[in-house]
Write a protein that binds this ligand. Structure first.
Ligand code: ADP
Ligand code: MG
Length: 200
C-alpha cells in the first residue's frame, strides 16, 4: 500500500510539523514522488518549506484532491482538530502517527485523540506513537512508553532526540541535517529509522 501518513495530535508543540517535514523528506529521498499537505491554517510547514530546496512538494488541504498523483503523502494537521476532522483523516490514511513528548501529560493528551479514532472505527494497527524531544536522560521516556503501551498503543522503539537543531532548521527553512551541527545529523537519522519502523 502507498504510504498516506497523517501526523496528528490535539496538543500543539509536540513535533507534528517537524515530523511531517522529515518523514516527507526521507520518503522523497527514497525515490518516492512525495506530497506534504499542510493542514494547519497557520501554515508552519509551508513557511518552513518556502525557501525551496525541499525534495517533496507542498500544498494546502486542496492537495487532498490530488493524492492519487503521488507515491507518498504526508499530512501535517492543526493542533486542535475537531472530532469530524480526526474521524475523516483517520479513515482515509494508511498510517496515523501520534507524536508525543515523553512526559506524564502525554498520556492523557493522547487518550482523547485515540478515543475519537476508536469511536470512528479506525483500526488500532493504523496508529503509532512517536516520542519526540527525547532528552534521553532519566526515566521519563521509559515511563511514558509503558503508560502508552498500557493503553494498548503501539509506540515506536525509535524516538527523536531533543535538539535545538530543529528550531534552527525551521528558522533557516532547511532540513535538520543541513543545520551545521552533529546532533542535527543524528536527529535526521532518528527520523529515518522511525520511518522505516513505521512502514515495516
Ligand atoms: N526533537 C526535537 N527537539 C527539540 N525541539 C524540537 C524537536 N522537534 C520539534 N522541536 C521544536 O519544538 C517546537 C514545536 O515543534 P513543531 O514541529 O512545530 O510542533 P507542532 O507542529 O506539534 O506544534 C518548534 O520550535 C520545533 O523547532
Ligand atoms: Mg505544527
Amino acid at each position: 500500500m502507498k504510504p498516506r501518513i497523517a501526523i496528528m495530535s490535539r496538543k500543539g508543540g509536540v513535533g507534528k510539523t517537524s515530523t511531517a517535514i522529515h518523514f516527507a523528506a526521507h520518503l522523497a529521498y527514497q525515490g518516492q514522488h512525495t506530497l506534504l499537505i499542510d493542514g494547519d491554517d497557520r501554515g508552519y510547514a509551508s513557511t518552513w518549506a518556502r525557501q525551496g530546496g525541499m525534495p517533496f512538494e507542498v500544498d494546502g488541504v486542496g492537495g487532498l484532491m490530488r493524492v492519487g498523483e503521488y507515491d507518498a503523502v504526508v499530512i501535517d494537521s492543526q493542533a486542535d482538530p475537531s472530532e469530524a476532522e480526526i474521524t475523516t483523516l483517520g479513515r482515509n490514511v494508511s498510517q496515523i502517527v501520534l507524536p508525543a513528548v515523553p512526559e506524564a501529560q502525554a498520556v492523557s493528551g493522547l487518550a482523547q485523540t485515540v478515543g475519537v479514532l476508536d469511536r470512528a472505527g479506525v483500526p488500532r494497527e493504523r496508529l503509532a506513537v512517536l516520542l519526540t524531544m527525547d532528552t534521553r536522560v532519566g526515566t521519563a521516556t521509559r515511563e511514558a512508553r509503558e503508560a502508552l503501551e498500557g493503553l494498548g498503543l503501539r509506540v515506536l522503539g525509535q524516538t527523536i532526540r531533543d535538539t535545538v537543531a530543529f528550531r534552527h532548521a525551521s528558522g533557516q527553512g532547511v532540513l535538520v541535517h543541513r543545520v551545521g551541527n552533529t546532533t542535527g545529523k543524528m536527529a535526521w537519522l532518528d527520523y529515518e529509522t522511525a520511518l522505516r519502523e513505521l512502514l515495516a
